[in-house]
Design a binder for this molecule. Sequence first.
Ligand SMILES: [Zn+2]
Length: 444
Amino acid sequence: MTGHQYWNPKNETLSRDELHQLQLAKLKRLVAYSTERSAFHRGKIDEAGVTADSLTSIDDLQKIPFTTRDEWMESQERSPMFGDLLARPREDAIRYHLTSGTSGRNPLRVLDSRRDWQWISECWAYGFWAAGVRPTDTVFFAFSYGSFIGFWGAHYCCERMGSLVIPSGNMTTDMRVRQIADMKVSTVCATPTYALRLAQAASEQGIDLVTSAVDKVIVSGEPAGSIPETKALIERQWGAKCFDTAGMTELGTICMFECSHQPGGMHIIEDHYIEEVIDPTTGNPADYGERGERVVTSFGRGMIPVLRYKTRDLVVKVPHHRCSCGRTFDVYEGGIQGRVDDMLLIRGTNVYPRAIESIVRSFPTIDEFQILVETINNVDELTVRVEMKPETGVTFSDIERELVEDLKEHHEMLRMNVAQAETGSLPRFELKAKRVVDQRSTKA
Ligand SMILES: [Zn+2]
């Protein structure tokens, strides 16, 4: 792929010094713009005594206060509907979206202008091009096209590249699988969980995805896209390469993508963002290789400037040379490794749902699973409930012992229970799987 490997060959291969200069110039513009136009940011930046001129190196970013989701929410409640983050009048917007609110909280509301949408699709284009999507591709979006921003920007990125787009908001899972086969789709976009659900539906209908035209599955929306075992399962079931991307509604688009070299993580789009990693407790910067919370400053969204937003995502940043593709963008090893708030404290041991998923997915005969946490006789008990694939002929008792041992071994010998769930009894997810059910009386 010489010469055509990068969407933005110049910016994707800048030296680190040049990249930092570009980031500094953009940061100064962002600070000037935000203090002039957004009451929310003006208050915080003024209070910190920062001006655009006072920023002389990229490290000066740390003088700017963090932004939290709670502050954003308070701002919306103080001045409905959108709060005082907005840097442009509502009339400049052409679309309204809101966060999916899976955790039962109030949603955050966002507006984007025409120019914002161009930028949103530009960021997606870095990722789609890196995964090998070209104008000759037929791209299927297994996506609802609803109020959740999800793949909307990816749709526009494909239009912009000239790929043929097939939307499927109104289709059932079975209809989607038939369309993918009939239309000779080459690229499928879905959440990792739903990519597996589509593969299951295909096998039930006797459609062989491995010999189909699909050679790329691009996933987003859940951390699972970078869990090696889940990814390997998707690749095996689809006979295609699986590429992860990650973004969030608060930022409008993706901030990172996996390139065709699949380095075991995602490149950060560093000419459009500054991504910091901090210790979630102290707020101090984490070094390369240390797990911490990602904090994002975004340069592209005109309606909603974002400065040092604490995402609650857990990541580990490693230098760009971890990947051999030639991009100078640093890499988040293992993608989004979970959420700061997802960590479960079980009898004194930290348990991450992601770690459980990677073990469960190494058992190909398990179909779906759920993590149930309860208090029994004043003790926290964690049970992994699994649904077997009946067609494999392997029963729960065949794998029970090995599963228990694997879970224990990866969690400092913490005992976990396993139980069989009836076929089809566990919830299936199209968006943002929610597999942890925490019924404890006190959540430590
Ligand atoms: Zn790469």
